[in-house]
Design a protein around this ligand. Structure first.
Ligand code: HEC
Length: 165
């Protein structure tokens, strides 16, 4: 009788441990945004990590969807969104492409916000890098500058033609 009791107890302990591990895995997976993106898809190998956005440490890749969802929306759309976006520029996912690509800047009407295939001539890049030839402040306004690696991802997207997908 002694042995079966012990086995029963150790099974209970095993079961509890397994439950704890799996509960934790489910909670972590659902809650911290590191394993799944906001559409429930698993993140691939991240290009740039640690954006600290509301989407978690989302991958930043040189395509519109990634840049809009993991960079522009979380870092810019609180000002550049809503009913009266700053500088009349809406950088939400639904609007940012048509607001930027081939559209003259308000501050530097001689430059497009995004000039396809020409990142150096794109006012978006000038405002992110804080170049001498910009009007107003470096973006994101009042917040730390973005890293050269992050800005390079945006540069690559523009250099590749700034396509919608
Ligand atoms: C705290 C509010 C705030 C945040 C956050 C912010 N902006 Fe701005 N943005 C402004 C304001 C205000 C202006 C106009 C004054 C200036 O340029 O300093 C502006 C102007 C701009 C312009 C010039 C628009 C034009 O047509 O000439 C660009 C481009 C821009 N922002 C991009 C961004 C990007 C990209 C981000 C995120 C990485 C960002 N901004 C984050 C407030 C903000």
């Amino acid at each position: 009788m002694h042995i079966p009791t012990d086995i029963g107890r150790s099974r209970t302990v095993h079961c509890l441990t397994a439950c704890l591990i799996s509960c934790c895995a489910i909670r972590c997976g659902a809650g911290d945004g590191h394993t799944l993106d906001e559409r429930g898809r698993p993140f691939e190998r991240p290009f740039v990590e640690g954006l600290g956005s509301r989407y978690g440490s989302a991958a930043l890749e040189p395509n519109y969807e990634s840049i809009a969802l993991s960079f522009l929306e979380p870092l810019c759309a609180d000002c550049h969104g809503g009913g009266a976006p700053s500088a009349g520029l809406d950088l939400t996912f639904a609007r940012a492409f048509q607001e930027m690509v081939g559209v003259p800047s308000l501050q530097r009407p001689d430059l497009a916000l995004v000039e396809p295939s020409a990142p150096d001539d794109s006012y978006l890049i000038i405002k992110l890098e804080g170049g001498d030839d910009m009007v107003g402040r470096r973006m994101p306004r009042g917040r730390p500058a973005r890293t050269p690696d992050e800005i390079d991802v945006v540069r690559v997207w523009i250099a590749d033609g700034a396509r919608r997908n």
